[in-house]
Design a protein around this ligand. Structure first.
Ligand SMILES: C[S@@+](CC[C@H](N)C(=O)[O-])C[C@H]1O[C@@H](n2cnc3c(N)ncnc32)[C@H](O)[C@@H]1O
Length: 324
């Protein structure tokens, strides 16, 4: 699965998986009991998380409203093995010149993450963040931690985020976590401008009454090795994970509002997976006003849009007039 672990330790992976599935009240206790557990996680669950980060960061790189000035710092909060920071530094290599920091309740995880980030990116200044004030101009990354945070820990994280210059938060695209992230966005709007995925800067329309069953999520593309490498198929089978599907909810916000020239043209964002059926694609769209709209595109009316939606993708946008 990676160069470092030729053999997966199913007992360790299974224990981690069971813990993640049932965090329980008050969050899980510190489960990073050894470097071995971190290595196993890093080669498997974290790789899968990285595929999601890669999709999110590809989208941000293509978005002029996300352009980062030089001299910014990076903090991977709840870092685990530091996969979010590593993905970010790959996508935005200039950030290696600034401060790169990690934090986690587990000191062992921080040490492990620091080692992996150093090996992969050799940033100029790399440290464990010791709390207190964030350096000016810090981008904070949060990944796959929301359902482990009891109320006070989440409040502390939100207070920290208020010091940040920008935030990228990635969670599994489950209904519960997708909706929870939408709720958190509302609490960050007093401080930040929304860069993605929303095509608007208001509260999430899915939190309106009548939309309780829907949530904002997208499907990241798995790399070819997820299908071709028998170790990945064994991992998927043993862990009960469908590797073809990488549901992802995310939020990217920054303090500075983009200049009007950097704003992408107003388009609707397609949520979840479009549903093709006999010359028709149905999907749920979030339009630039923040409204959630059920949309149907007939192949006979607009073949190009129909085919694009049918083929799917992580970042599907259509003209606002199509969902309007
Ligand atoms: C599922 S792991 C995700 C790790 C990493 N962010 C990733 O995406 O692979 C959740 C991480 O959050 C950390 N964590 C949980 N509760 C925390 C808290 N209250 N403060 C800081 N870190 C916490 C755990 O130790 C663990 O490393």
């Amino acid at each position: 699965m990676t160069r470092t672990i030729p053999q997966a330790d199913w007992q360790t992976l299974d224990a981690l998986r069971r813990g993640f599935l049932s965090p329980g009240p008050g969050g899980l206790r510190d489960y990073w009991s050894s470097n071995h557990a971190l290595e196993q996680y890093d080669a498997t669950f974290a790789q899968r998380i990285r595929w999601k980060w890669d999709a999110v960061l590809d989208e941000l790189r293509a978005n002029p409203a996300w352009t980062l000035p030089g001299g910014m710092a990076l903090l991977d909060w709840g870092c685990g093995t530091g996969v979010a920071a590593r993905a970010f530094l790959s996508a935005f290599p200039a950030m290696r010149d600034g401060d790169v920091m990690v934090s986690d309740r587990s000191g062992r995880a921080c040490d492990f993450a620091l080692g992996r980030i150093r090996d992969e990116h050799a940033p100029a200044r790399l440290s464990r963040w010791s709390g207190g004030e964030l350096p000016a101009g810090t981008v904070v990354l949060v990944s796959h931690v929301l359902d482990e945070l009891p109320g006070p820990a989440l409040q502390a994280l939100l207070a920290l985020l208020h010091q940040a210059e920008a935030v990228v938060w990635v969670e599994p695209g489950t209904q519960a976590l997708g909706r929870a992230l939408a709720g958190l966005k509302a609490t960050l709007l007093d401080r930040f401008t929304t860069v993605a995925p929303c095509p608007h800067d208001g509260p999430c329309g899915l939190l309106q009454p009548g939309r309780e069953r829907d949530w904002c999520h997208f499907f990241a593309p798995p790399p070819p090795q997820a299908f071709q490498d028998r170790r990945w198929s064994e991992f998927g089978r043993r862990m009960g994970i469908d590797l073809r599907s990488l549901p992802t909810s995310f939020l990217a916000m920054r303090r500075a509002a983009p200049s009007p020239v950097d704003c992408p043209p107003p388009q609707a964002r397609i949520l979840g997976r479009p549903r093709p059926s006999k010359g028709l694609v149905s999907c749920l769209g979030c339009d630039p006003s923040g409204a959630i709209v059920e949309t149907r595109v007939l192949r006979s009316h607009d073949r190009a849009t129909h085919d694009r939606l049918r083929d799917g993708g992580f970042c599907l946008r259509v003209s606002a007039s199509i969902v309007g």
